[in-house]
Write a protein that binds this ligand. Structure first.
Ligand code: NAP
Length: 301
C-alpha cells in the first residue's frame, strides 16, 4: 500500500485544534489514504518548512516527509507570514492579507487560500438563515478573523459596518479596505464600544479572543442588547461566552462560532481533495455531516 498523503495544521501552538478530528474522520469515511497531523512550527522555523525539503516533526514526535506533504491549514502566528511563499493566491487572501490553507502543488508552486470568511458566511446563511443584505453590523476586534468576516459581510451586501479594536489603527486599516473594495458599504472605525451604536444595529459579531478564558469580562453592557439583535461570537470553546449568555438572557438571538469552524473545514477539504470528490461524486452535504459529527464528538470529549 502507498504511504498516506500528509495534510496537517501548522501554528504555534496547535494542540488545542479540532481540525484533525474533522479531516481524519472525512479521510476515513470516504476511504482516502491520507492523514491530518498537527505541526508546532515556531516563526523562525517557517522559512525552512517552505524553502527546504527537510522533514517535519509532528506534535507526537513522528517524522513527516516533505515529499508526502500535500496541504496544510495555517493558524496563528503564520497566516500572514506564509503569503510570501505563495505562487498563487485565492481572491479571499487579497482582502484578508492572510492564508489559512496552503497546497503544495509541486516544489516550486504553492497555492494559498482563505476559508475562514466562507465558513462564516455558510454558517450564517445555510444553518442560521441570516441574510446580510442591508444589515447594520457592529464588530468587536479588528484582527485576522475580523478581516475575513468583514470581506464576506461587505461582499454579500450589508449596509454598514462599525468596528472597534483596542488598537484603532487596525480598525482603520479595515475600513480603508472597505472604502476601496466595497464603496457602497458605509464603514466606521470607532474609539469605543459605546460608539458602535449596538442599540441601532442588526448584527453584533465578536472577533476578539475575549471570552475564551473564564476570567474574561463581557465587553458589552446589558443596556446595549436588544431583542432584534443577532449576536455571533467567533469563539466556540467555551460554547457559551459571557457575551452570548447575556445576549440570550436579554432576548437576542445568538450563536457561537462552531459552525464557522465546521464550514471552513469543509471548504478546506474541498481544496485538499478536489479530484477525489469529483471522481467519486461525493456530495458536499455528506462531507458536512461527516465533519459535523466528528466535531461534535471531539467537543464532547
Ligand atoms: P487576532 O488576529 O489576535 O485579532 C483579535 C483582535 O482583537 C486583536 O486586534 C486584539 O488586539 C483585539 N482585541 C483584544 N481584546 C480586545 C478588546 N477588549 N476590545 C477590542 N479589541 C480587542 O485574532 P483572530 O485570529 O482574529 O481571532 C479572534 C478570535 O476568533 C479568536 O478567539 C479565535 O479563536 C476566533 N476564531 C474563530 C474561528 C472559527 O472558525 N470559529 C476562526 C478564526 C478565529 P490585541 O492583539 O492588541 O490584543
Amino acid at each position: 500500500m502507498n504511504l498516506p498523503k500528509i495534510y496537517g495544521l501548522i501554528g504555534y501552538p496547535v494542540k488545542h485544534s479540532y481540525s484533525a478530528f474533522m479531516h481524519n474522520a472525512a479521510f476515513k469515511a470516504f476511504g482516502i489514504n491520507a492523514e491530518y497531523r498537527l505541526f508546532e512550527i515556531k516563526p523562525e522555523e517557517l522559512e525552512k518548512l517552505f524553502l527546504t525539503d527537510s522533514a517535519l516533526v509532528d506534535v507526537n514526535g513522528e517524522l513527516a516527509l516533505k515529499a508526502d506533504l500535500v496541504g496544510l491549514n495555517v493558524t496563528i502566528p503564520h497566516k500572514e507570514a506564509v503569503l510570501k511563499y505563495l505562487s498563487w493566491r485565492s481572491s479571499e487572501t487579497k482582502f484578508t492579507e492572510a492564508a489559512n490553507v496552503v497546497i503544495f502543488k509541486n516544489k516550486n508552486y504553492i497555492e494559498g487560500w482563505n476559508t475562514d470568511g466562507l465558513g462564516f458566511h455558510k454558517h450564517l446563511a445555510k444553518d442560521l438563515k441570516i441574510s446580510f443584505v442591508n444589515k447594520k453590523v457592529a464588530i468587536l476586534g479588528a484582527g485576522g478573523a475580523a478581516k475575513a468576516v468583514v470581506d464576506q459581510l461587505a461582499k454579500k451586501g450589508v449596509k454598514s459596518i462599525a468596528i472597534y479594536d483596542v488598537e484603532k489603527s487596525r480598525s482603520v486599516k479595515i475600513t480603508d479596505k472597505i472604502i476601496k473594495e466595497y464603496p457602497a458599504v458605509e464603514s466606521f472605525a470607532v474609539d469605543s464600544i459605546a460608539e458602535l451604536n449596538i442599540a441601532g444595529v442588526d448584527l453584533l459579531i465578536n472577533c476578539t479572543p475575549v471570552g475564551m478564558k473564564a476570567e474574561d469580562p463581557c465587553l458589552v453592557s446589558p443596556e446595549m442588547i436588544h431583542r432584534g439583535l443577532f449576536v455571533y461570537d467567533l469563539i466556540y470553546n467555551p460554547a457559551q461566552t459571557k457575551l452570548l449568555k447575556l445576549a440570550k438572557e436579554k432576548g437576542a438571538q445568538v450563536s457561537n462560532g462552531l459552525g464557522m469552524l465546521l464550514y471552513q473545514g469543509v471548504r478546506t477539504f474541498e481544496i485538499f481533495e478536489p479530484d477525489f470528490i469529483k471522481e467519486n461524486e461525493i456530495s458536499i452535504n455528506d462531507i458536512v455531516e461527516v465533519m459535523r459529527s466528528a466535531l461534535t464528538e471531539a467537543i464532547g470529549k
